[in-house]
Design a protein around this ligand. Structure first.
Ligand code: HEM
Length: 414
């Protein structure tokens, strides 16, 4: 009998992501020796872990042969069965394929196009200024992840959604209840991650049902109004699809970006020469932001299912099997990025990072995410004289979306 290959566990065990050097050492070994690894872990339907940039890229772009399906996020089989048994089935854009997907994506697409996002620059600037001022008022000492990155990214996305500032704590709690369901910090009174997840989804349901009623009675010019009154192929959005539409925008829209900002800043501050370089060369900001997103890769995976047999990195995979696309691994692939384990704001091909996925599911909010980071980073660096990490950062325990959740920093201002 062969012993189980424990390397596959790095994609499943949320606690392993919290030790980044170790996680990346295992991923590097996989890229070199088993770039498409069959993982057979108890409690999970077997899958293939895809770790090289070239393969993740190729699979992401081929939406005909690699489908998302309703099961596009990794979870223990028992959890999936339980959710299904109580009538909960994901119906976000991520869970759709083909025309169903393009029809639903078309509903909100215009809101996320570069020109539409550019129109919000003034309001993003104002929010960024507010949070840089807040940092100053805290005498330059704060938990950057909790006090700045999270509320800043939340405020921006809630602004387009049309959710009032007083409801932001509710949205934050609900997002952490979904993405942080494996992290002890967010479990609260509910010691059971499943209970937290179902409780959170019920609260989202209630909140967004009331929002729908309101925007149908009183339409405004916000995204919530578009979703509340949305039609696909002339038919109103189904109740479940509508609820999930709100949920994905509310959740995917800020946790991801906030982890990219906090983890990216941590990496930057570890190298004072890079901080000084960015302060003297603001023209490097866009590249630095892509490097921050490459470095942090806040979304850890999505799944794809084969519609016919395929060969990836020489490994034959049968029809129907599922692939786990590992974005953090692909983004550290030394075949694509020279000296990939070094954070470098001048990296010439930082924009080849694949943290936003690819093909028809390419991240709807990527322009927003980039713009949010590109707006606050130069303001922050222009405001401070010195800035450094002032304590041990803490990583979220999450196998789906995660990153630095606490980042103590200390700054002096100009
Ligand atoms: C740094 C921040 C972000 C990262 C790393 C990220 C990452 C991703 C990834 C990997 C995907 C799946 C792509 C694929 O399957 O090929 C995705 C999809 C998506 N993202 Fe983002 N995202 C970020 C920010 C945002 C923001 C700000 C929003 C705004 C609402 C957003 C909304 C979405 C939506 C709606 C989808 C589903 C698209 C589809 O399936 O058609 N994301 N994102």
């Amino acid at each position: 009998m062969t012993s189980p290959d424990l390397r596959g566990n790095i994609f499943l065990d949320p606690t392993l992501y919290a030790d980044q050097p170790k996680w990346h050492a295992v991923a590097a070994d996989l890229r070199d020796n088993d770039p498409v690894l069959r993982v057979e872990e108890e409690g999970y339907t077997p899958f293939w872990a895809v770790t090289r940039h070239e393969d993740v890229f190729a699979v992401s772009r081929d939406n005909e042969h690699f489908l998302n399906t309703r099961n596009s996020i990794m979870a223990p089989d028992l959890q999936m069965e339980y959710l299904k048994s109580i009538g909960i089935e994901g119906e976000t854009l991520i869970h759709m394929d083909g025309e169903e997907h393009s029809g639903h994506r078309g509903l909100a697409n215009d809101w996320f196009r570069p020109r539409a996002v550019a129109k919000r620059q003034e309001s993003i600037e104002a929010i960024a200024d507010e949070f840089v001022d807040k940092f100053r008022q805290m005498d330059g000492t704060c938990d950057f992840a909790r006090d700045i990155a999270t509320p800043y990214t939340l405020r921006v996305i809630m602004g387009i959604f049309g959710i009032p500032v007083e409801d932001e704590p509710t949205m934050l709690k609900l997002t952490q209840g979904i993405f942080g369901a494996a992290d002890p910090e967010y479990l609260g009174d509910l010691s059971d991650p499943m209970a937290l997840l179902t409780d959170t989804l019920a609260q989202f349901d209630q909140y967004f049902t009331e929002l729908t009623d309101d925007r149908r009675a009183h339409p405004t010019d916000d995204l919530a109004t578009v979703i509340a009154n949305g039609e696909v192929d002339g038919c109103p959005l189904g109740n479940n699809a509508r609820l999930w539409y709100y949920t994905i925008v509310a959740t995917a829209g800020h946790d991801t970006t906030s982890f990219a900002l906090s983890g990216g800043l941590e990496a930057l501050l570890r190298d004072p020469a890079q901080v000084a370089l960015l302060q003297s060369r603001p023209d490097l900001v866009n590249n630095a932001v892509d490097e921050m997103i490459r470095w942090t890769s806040p979304v850890r995976h999505f799944l794809r299912y084969l519609t016919q047999p395929a060969v990836l990195s020489g490994v034959e995979i049968p029809e129907g099997d599922r692939l786990l696309l590992s974005y953090p691994s692909a983004n550290r692939d030394e075949r694509m990025f020279d000296d990939s384990m070094t954070f470098d704001v001048t990296r010439p091909n930082a924009n080849r990072m694949i943290a936003f996925g690819g093909g028809e599911h390419f991240c709807l909010g990527s322009t927003f995410a980039r713009r949010e980071l590109r707006t606050i980073l130069p303001k922050l660096l222009a405001a401070v004289d010195t800035i450094e990490v002032a304590g041990e950062p803490e990583w979220a325990q999450a196998a789906f979306v995660g990153g630095v959740k606490h980042l103590p920093v200390a700054a002096t201002f100009r």
